[in-house]
Write a protein that binds this ligand. Sequence first.
Ligand code: 5GP
Ligand code: MN
Length: 325
Amino acid sequence: MNSNNPDPHYREHLQAVAEALKALKTPLYIVTHVDPDGDAIGSSLGLARALKALGKEVIWIAEPPRYLRFLARDQELHPALQRVPEGATLLVLDSAEPGRVTGAPVEGRVINLDHHGTNPRFGDLWVVDPSKSATAQIVKDLIDLLGVRWTPEIATPVLTGLITDTGNFAFANTTPEVLHTAAELVGYGVELAELTDRLRWRPPEYFRALGQVMETVRFHFGGLLVTAHLPAGLEVEDSDDFVGQIRYAEGAQIAVFLRERPEGVKLSIRSRGGVSAQAVAVSLGGGGHVPAAGATLRAMGLEAAYLRLLPAVEAELRKAGYWAD
Ligand code: 5GP
Ligand code: MN
């Protein structure tokens, strides 16, 4: 299964997960996706804290990137597992596919909470609802069902997921539901101004690289596509949001940022106006949401990656009616 439609059985699926978690007497390992973003870290850490408050044995396994590290306390960080111990449960959040999960192998009893349309609905129990703005929204509903008392420590990471996945409540997924939820979470004592400020901090090398990255900006298809890349040899922590800067090029329906990695070239794809970043990502072996998706082009360099990318974007621009000859 693979669909962008809301889950008509959302409440029942969530209830089943809540019951399974309440009944749990064995350790629960909580993991998320590689290159974790604010929703991955926020939804998983918020749920881990809520379940600990319920008295569950919870081990949160994640490596937050530098800009999200402040959310977690040192003693909350646990190293990756080679195997999931016999009898334990693995809870996977915000992970579009099992292959994107990091921190533990996807084995044993698996619970999958996610909002990516491309999620194949893996696991023994799952709640996958692409109409939710963030996995953090699913976690918010789940924590309510579990009846855990909200504290700023639980609400802050959950709100982080909503803030980052909606681009500070600006993207098309900023529904009335997400705004209501955010208001509720702020009411539980989150320091909103401090949180949004802190989430935007980037290391000095990010700003030193910014000029060089902007020099790589190119327009294709008469400006419908804007691209940029991290020049070879430059290493920048927290480079994810360069795509967030170029996506505002006037006239661009799609923006792609490319970064060389040991395994290949990582693409961050954003789109608007009926063009699907998801469709482009899927055609290149990746996945994600309609307006924000990604893929890794394995075993190739930047030049080859551009050569793969351009026809994939062209096909989507044609399909969406923006490009014809
Ligand atoms: P980003 O460009 O920020 O890394 O990713 C944008 C969205 O696409 C995120 O929701 C992310 O989980 C998803 N995504 C990124 N890369 C991949 C990929 O290689 N495969 C899949 N299935 N999803 C991806
Ligand atoms: Mn997400």
